[in-house]
Design a protein around this ligand. Structure first.
Ligand code: SAM
Ligand code: SF4
Length: 329
């Protein structure tokens, strides 16, 4: 699948649920209303859709959410998706998680062939963690990260840089992550969905973070790009890799290789645009024929926009109405 700008779409991110056991202050509002369960694609439907994507050139699947590991049938779903790994059609099956269920599930994930995961963690201070996530327990997440590492899964830490919340500890977090052999990526807050308060109060530009880190570390830019938005540096003092995702201050759309599927079967062609294709209707209308859903997919890829249009000042209350937990981070 190649879009009108010559970009091959090889990477699908699937939000398997919009629900979550946390309510991170920059991601969700305290009283989130979640989608009715009947709107969700079933395990079989998700599996069928993934097969269509893989048949059409998707080589990497990332499962996300909401919190993917709170979906009840998640291990079955991953089990089904993992069959594409064996045949070589799929190069990687991975997930992004808040880590709350990892202590329990990590061995099973490793057994399915999941070799690396991203764990989101914005602070190493238990009280701050409680405040940011509104209901998370840092100890549980750290135990989950340990379980994943013990199971042989490589962990990358993703941290959102939050003004006045974790800006003073990002350097220490880099030392901690790299000390355990984990890469780390810093993310700028994006104006997605309404939350309490003003997003621009949370926004901390990563060029500021980077300047501060440079007072402590020697950062050498790395050329490797993953087709994603992160730009990486090597930290000389730790030997580790550090990524910066700066959607608001740097345009990364030229190399975009990804599309995003929601748990209700909507295909978003860009995280920062409203346009989406409904794949659930053709999927449900033709239970034994993938032709209609394949056509809907191919038509959608032909509409993939050139890029996003985020501007934090314009983003009151939100530039894009849906939350990150709907489209998947
Ligand atoms: N629950 C899982 C987790 O937290 O890793 C997966 C879904 S979460 C939506 C994926 C990522 O999006 C997390 O790293 C989270 O910090 C990030 N995120 C959520 N809302 C965001 C926002 N408004 N701006 C930037 N990143 C956001
Ligand atoms: Fe849940 Fe992840 Fe959003 Fe936090 S960032 S509320 S863990 S979906």
């Amino acid at each position: 699948m190649v879009d009108p700008f010559g970009r091959a779409v090889t990477y699908l991110r699937i939000s398997v649920t919009d629900r979550c056991d946390f309510r991170c202050a920059y991601c969700m509002s305290e009283d989130m209303r979640f989608l009715p369960r009947r709107d969700l694609l079933t395990l079989e439907e998700l599996d069928r859709l993934c097969g269509v994507f893989v048949d059409h050139g998707v080589r990497k699947l990332r499962i996300t959410g909401g919190e993917p590991l709170v979906r009840r049938d998640i291990m079955q779903l991953l089990g089904r998706m993992s069959r594409h790994l064996g045949g070589g059609a799929l190069e990687e099956l991975t997930l992004t998680t808040n880590g709350s269920q990892l202590a329990r599930l990590a061995p099973g994930l490793a057994g399915l062939g999941i070799r690396r995961i991203n764990v989101s963690l914005d602070t190493l201070d238990p009280e701050r963690f409680q405040a940011v996530t509104r209901r998370g327990d840092l100890g549980v997440v750290l135990a989950g990260i340990e379980a994943a590492r013990a199971a042989g899964i490589r962990v990358k830490i993703n941290a959102v840089a939050l003004k006045g919340v974790n800006e003073d500890e990002l350097g220490d977090m880099v030392a901690w992550a790299h000390g355990l052999g984990m890469d780390m990526t810093l993310i700028e807050v994006m104006p997605l969905g309404e939350v309490e308060g003003d997003r621009s109060d949370q926004f901390l530009p990563l060029h500021v973070v980077r300047e501060r880190l440079e007072a402590r570390y020697t950062l050498t830019p790395l050329l490797d790009r993953t087709g994603g938005p992160a730009r990486y540096v090597r930290v000389a003092e730790t030997g580790g890799r550090l990524g910066f995702i700066t959607p608001l201050t740097h345009n990364f759309c030229e190399g975009c290789n990804r599309v995003r599927l929601t748990c209700t079967g909507k295909l978003y062609l860009c995280l920062g645009q409203e346009d989406a294709a409904d794949l659930r209707v053709p999927l449900r209308e033709s239970p034994h024929d993938d032709g209609p859903v394949t056509r809907a997919l191919v038509d959608a890829i032909a509409r993939k926009p050139k890029g996003h249009d985020f501007v934090i000042e314009r983003a009151r209350p939100a530039a894009v109405r849906r939350h990150m937990s709907v489209t998947g981070g």
